[in-house]
Design a protein around this ligand. Structure first.
Ligand code: SAH
Length: 490
């Protein structure tokens, strides 16, 4: 070839998460004239490239380009003087036919280079909390394919694999999982050997189904595990209990979502943000200023109320009064806006507030239109004069993320209910989607956490079992309690 011949880079794209490509791989993608990619690839990697992009992926049964044709296309593009990136899932040389492409290029005299990638064989288990080796547990791992072309000259000896010891990782393992696990048991591996399937490792909908060698095939079909998935067999699977991250559904309104997501991440969860409610500011009564002036104490029961009131410019007036906040987060919202908080109850609840406000004569509540009657009733029977002014109302969010959550509710390990209305609107939306049974099943097998007793009683009214109410009635308290509970779960 002449000096202006192109070059082909066989680049590993990693298991799916676009951030799991190598720095070199990403640079080459950006520099390439042509990119040939497979089916499993994340589109995000292909966005904003200057290159011509060709999908050579083969959907099962629906071959787009044969291996021959792919090889020819690589050679043709390189001969046109182009820089070609052949992007392959995971690592190009692990069951990716990268070696074959390299040989074809070699034969044709085309310069090429391999850029290794993060392989799903190691990354998918890792991201599910399963190290393929672990000191004292397993000092070797073997990677095999579960799906061999029939009539291959050298067939895999599954009985021998059963005697190898160490960890066994099976790629392309879903289709023949029953046959393969049976052969391993026949070969002498105990049916009690821990096993797990990791589906779509590193994708947002990654899923890990755990079981034993004896029941994993059954579980794969009842959970409808689909390719791509990695089967991993061995005692290292037990580490998933300790190292696996759990998904927590956060159903709060938009304004509180970001902070909650960050906090959940800090506690080691994978947050799934799915606001089930949204808040609508209400018109305040025309005499709101007089109302404020007339009372001894102004009470806020959520940071939402604080935000809305601050927008109406009333905080200056309010800060001349005694100010009560139901809990630390509400208090924080006030102090952030320069308002001094005089009262925070010991218990962050309506009952706690009633206790803390005992003896105060005139009280103004600035809160949700759907606020708990317990606060009003409690204050009245303690002899206070109470003005209850609704500053916002709660409605269904209509958010797409909530619909996604409901459709994939079985992926959620922890449901965090921060108010009765988050529960009500979640259920209502599931009903509208015709997926109430599906959601109930998911709630049944997940950990259900309520922020406090009133939220728990709404959940019970809705027929949802409540597993946990934290000691402190805050979102952080919920995270702490959930982490403790899950850490000790078998
Ligand atoms: N070269 C690739 C493997 C190609 S074979 C690599 O190194 O990862 C295709 C098989 O890889 C699939 O059948 C599945 O077993 C596995 N696989 C690929 N991506 C995966 C992912 N994100 N999660 C789980 N398994 C995956």
């Amino acid at each position: 070839m002449s000096g202006d011949a192109g070059k082909v880079y066989l680049v590993g794209a990693g298991p799916g998460d676009p951030e799991l490509i190598t720095v070199k791989g990403l640079r080459l993608l950006r520099e390439a004239d042509v990119v040939l990619h497979d089916r499993l690839l994340n589109d995000e990697l292909l966005r904003d490239l200057r290159a011509e992009i060709i999908d050579v992926g083969k959907a099962p049964g629906r071959h787009k380009l044969s291996q021959e044709e792919i090889n020819e296309l690589l050679i043709k593009k390189a001969r046109e003087g182009k820089i070609v990136v052949r992007l392959k899932g995971g690592d190009p040389y692990l069951f990716g036919r990268g070696g074959e492409e390299a040989l074809a290029l070699r034969e044709a005299g085309i310069p090429f280079e391999v850029v290794p990638g993060v392989t799903s064989a190691i990354a998918a288990p890792a991201l599910a909390g399963i190290p393929v080796t672990h000191r004292g547990v397993s000092t070797a791992f073997t990677v095999v394919t579960g799906h061999e072309e029939p009539g291959k000259e050298k067939e895999l000896d599954w009985h021998a694999l059963a005697r190898l010891g160490g960890t066994l990782v099976v790629l392309m393992g879903v289709g023949r999982i029953r046959e393969n696990t049976t052969m391993l048991i026949d070969g002498g591996l105990s049916p009690q050997t821990p096993a797990a399937l990791i589906e779509r490792g590193s994708w947002p909908d990654q899923r890990c189904v755990r079981g034993t060698l004896g029941d994993i095939a059954e579980r794969a079909s009842s959970f409808r595990v689909k390719s791509p998935a990695v089967l991993i067999v061995g005692d290292v699977v037990n580490l998933e209990k300790h190292l696996g991250r759990r998904r927590i559904a956060i159903l709060r309104a938009e304004g509180q979502l970001d902070g909650s997501v960050r906090l959940a991440e800090r506690y080691g969860f994978i947050p799934v943000a799915a606001p089930s409610i949204s808040l609508r500011a209400l018109d305040l009564p025309p005499d709101i200023k007089e109302k404020i002036e007339r009372v001894d104490c102004v009470v806020f029961t959520s940071s939402n109320g604080v935000d809305i009131i601050s927008r109406s410019g009333l905080l200056d007036l309010i800060q001349k009064k005694r100010v009560a906040a139901i809990g630390p987060k509400t208090a924080r919202a006030l102090t952030d806006k320069g308002v001094n908080v005089d009262v925070i109850p010991d218990e962050y609840s309506s009952a706690g507030l009633v206790e803390a406000l005992r003896g105060i004569r005139k009280v103004l509540l600035l809160r949700s239109a759907q606020g708990s009657p317990a606060l009003l009733d409690g204050l009245l029977s303690a002899g206070a004069e109470v003005e209850d002014v609704p500053v916002y109302e709660v409605t269904g969010s209509g958010d797409e993320r909530l619909d996604d959550l409901i459709r994939r509710a079985e992926l959620i390990d922890v449901f965090a209910f921060t108010s009765g209305s988050t529960a009500r609107y979640l259920m209502r939306r599931a009903g509208e989607l015709g997926m109430e049974d599906h959601l109930r099943k998911a709630l049944d097998s997940a950990l259900v956490v309520a922020i406090g007793p009133p939220t728990a009683s709404v959940l019970r009214e809705l027929g949802v079992r409540v597993d946990l109410i934290p000691e402190r009635y805050t979102f952080e308290g919920m995270l702490e309690a959930a982490r403790k509970e899950i850490g000790v779960r078998p």
